[in-house]
Design a protein around this ligand. Structure first.
Ligand code: TYD
Length: 137
């Protein structure tokens, strides 16, 4: 089963320019899946937490487009905290990993690339149920 050791920071190409830097992301090349959906979190109030779920099959890539925040990953056997604060870094989050996003800086924007369209049936929203399934009950 995939776990937090499969999750990693991906360094995107960065075209440095005195007029402003440019980063690009190509599906299947810089991201280990085809991108089917993009969504973003913004206007996050201080102290808020997002996430708090796992996905059965969805792969995602999380980017701090602006500002910074933390992503805590948990596969039922271990936990890892990633601090995202550069718009040219993406955190690949594989399926069957519980994620929590917190410590958002003011004005931060979190962009997420996803391998599939939204589907509530793909979510674990109950941590206890998730733990039972990843630990084999
Ligand atoms: P959720 O995934 O729980 O947000 P987060 O993990 O960022 O805290 O989604 C919050 C709500 O938005 C939930 O009612 C489902 C809805 N939603 C969509 O309709 N489409 C989407 O692509 C996403 C990500 C969420």
């Amino acid at each position: 089963m995939p776990g937090i050791d499969d999750c990693r920071i991906i360094d995107f190409p960065k075209i440095a320019d005195p007029r402003g830097n440019l980063t690009f992301i190509e599906g299947g090349r810089h991201v280990p899946f085809d991108i089917k959906r993009v969504y973003y979190l913004y206007d996050v109030p201080g102290g808020a937490e997002r996430g708090g779920h796992a996905h059965i099959a969805l792969s995602q890539l999380v980017i701090a487009m602006s500002g910074s925040f933390d992503v805590v990953l948990d596969d039922g056997h271990g936990r890892k905290r990633f601090h995202l604060n550069r718009s040219y870094y993406g955190l690949y989050v594989c399926p069957m990993v519980w994620r929590e996003l917190n410590n958002f800086s003011s004005g931060s924007v979190c962009l997420v690339l996803a391998s599939d369209l939204y589907g509530e049936a793909d979510y674990y929203r109950d941590y206890g149920r998730f733990l039972m399934d990843v630990r084999g009950r």
